[in-house]
Design a protein around this ligand. Structure first.
Ligand SMILES: [Zn+2]
Length: 75
């Protein structure tokens, strides 16, 4: 997974994007795509990233490309 995206004016890797959502290092990034939603804070474009913070967990995260907003869905 080596897809780079621009987030808050900086080029980030998929792994770095997942780390921004998680607030910590992640083990593996599964996928990254354009989310079908807008940022609730600024209306900006949102990226969806699926990642594994550990071997037993799969998390779906969202991160705005324009501001600090992010959200993680763990179950
Ligand atoms: Zn935003």
């Amino acid at each position: 997974m080596s897809e780079n995206r621009v987030v808050q004016g900086r080029m980030v890797t998929a792994e770095k994007l997942a780390e921004l959502v998680e607030g910590d290092s992640v083990m593996e990034v599964d996928s990254i795509e354009e989310a079908d939603r807008e940022c609730p804070d600024c209306g900006g474009n949102v990226l969806k990233v699926t990642y594994m913070p550990s071997v037993t967990e799969l998390v779906t995260g969202w991160k705005c490309q324009d501001c600090d907003w992010s959200e993680a869905d763990r179950d």
